[in-house]
Design a binder for this molecule. Sequence first.
Ligand code: NAP
Length: 250
Amino acid sequence: MARLLILGGTAEAAELAARLAGDDRLETVTSLAGLTQMPTATAGRVRRGGFGGPDGLAAFLKQENYQALVDATHPFAAQIARHAAEAAEAAGVPRVRLLRPPFERTPGDRFILVPDMAAAAAALPDGARVFLAAGRREIAAFAARKDLWCLVRMIEPPAAGEAFPAGEVVVGRPPADPEAEIALLQEHRIGWIVSKDSGGRAGAKIVAARRLGLPVVLVERPPQPDGPTVSTVADSIAWIEATLFAAPRA
Ligand code: NAP
């Protein structure tokens, strides 16, 4: 049986694990960083926690005899993606990056591209009412802007004592339906959106902004390591098939 490691923490990683679950040629393990208390349900075996850098991951791949690695981590999880590339190279294990496409650009979009969340906070006009879809570590950049009112959507509630901007928090994952996002934005009289260019399901807020004509301060993606990259779960399965099961050419 071939052993496959999926670096997860995304909807795509969970979908890939679910689609491989019935494949009896494969033993699949999904690795989660272990930061989220309520991760997406994942089929098959799951391990949690960091590896201790690229050397730790390379040792893990070798000791546990993995034959392939799918890095399906989030487009903004730059460190683990870099570590995965280095570790796979060192361990001689084939790796593919599963990277969902960025948000679609259409004529009329009011995107203001910035390199990071600090630049996003600086780009907002005085007194703006902002919808902020950001992780816990990214909120602090906005807390210093005392003039802003922020509707913050987070997957998990903030811890007590965390630096936080004035406004409200909605706890939950992004809805797939732009109409739900439009209703939320209108209810809170939002004038500006701040988002990472995550792509995928989080796109409903971008569609909502487009329909309402709202400007979006969009944090650009970090650079990705060189090497094979696919953008869909189906293409990652084709890569697994070709890498692990294709008959060698005569
Ligand atoms: P990161 O900065 O790239 O990684 C930080 C460290 O966390 C890594 O060096 C690694 O520790 C550990 N790590 C990250 N992903 C791991 C995984 N799947 N399995 C085992 N260890 C992992 O990552 P991050 O931005 O904090 O994201 C953490 C996780 O949340 C990722 O798995 C990612 O897919 C998911 N996520 C991130 C975002 C985002 O916006 N960044 C959004 C949604 C989901 P060691 O060096 O000790 O191995």
